[in-house]
Design a protein around this ligand. Sequence first.
Ligand code: ADP
Ligand code: ADP
Length: 221
Amino acid sequence: MIHLQNIEKVYRTDTVETQALSSINLNVAKGEFLSIMGPSGCGKSTLLNIMGLLDEPTRGSIRIADSTADKLSDKQLAHFRNRTIGFIFQSYHLINDLRVLDNVELPLLYRKSTAKERKQLALEALEKVGLSNRTKHFPTQLSGGQKQRVAIARAIVGQPEIILADEPTGNLDSAMGSDVMDILIRLNKDEGTTIVMVTHDENMARKTHRLVRLFDGSQVQ
Ligand code: ADP
Ligand code: ADP
């Protein structure tokens, strides 16, 4: 589902050059739940951004869901990303002045669907994360765990084949973190969604199919 070949990433400014990733070779199978661990600054977010086609590698090739990303125009890329990948972030990235239901509908605005279809899909997604009773709340009226569940609903509303999660439980206490993790595990098992998750938590990583460790931009295992 995700094929990375000899990926290298160098960030350059006028004065500094940072080698963020070196010769990363990684294949993520369809239906796999992979976790990525490693110390701060080792390149985890950079790797996830490259997998999510949010950032380009300096060298190397990337293939996502049988599409070769570098052959797409910017517009095609945005469309492909919207259809194929759902993103979840540590700090939720919800829009605070939109109600929960409207937050979840956002990814569907890029598609040719009616308001009624959007609402129906958003309600279904919220039901999957156990938040059918919070559709009219604003994000500021929710706990951290609930906010992350809304973010998961937004990530899955368009039924993407891939979920990329950057420390999804990083801001949550262990009970709320387990709830969020259980939802991701269920999504992977029941719907076959391929998931790549960056985490600092060994306990969460242990619940996934496979763990990749990064150190200083390289795979160590
Ligand atoms: P269990 O919780 O019963 O130990 P497993 O981890 O063995 O479950 O696998 C659960 C499901 O995930 C199975 O359908 C299996 O085929 C699939 N699976 C397990 N590991 C991988 C993997 N590395 N890539 C893709 N699918 C996997
Ligand atoms: P992690 O997610 O593991 O903490 P990152 O992928 O964020 O690591 O960063 C990897 C390395 O690349 C770090 O040394 C970081 O300072 C550097 N880096 C990340 N983003 C940029 C950027 N936009 N410009 C320059 N250097 C960056």
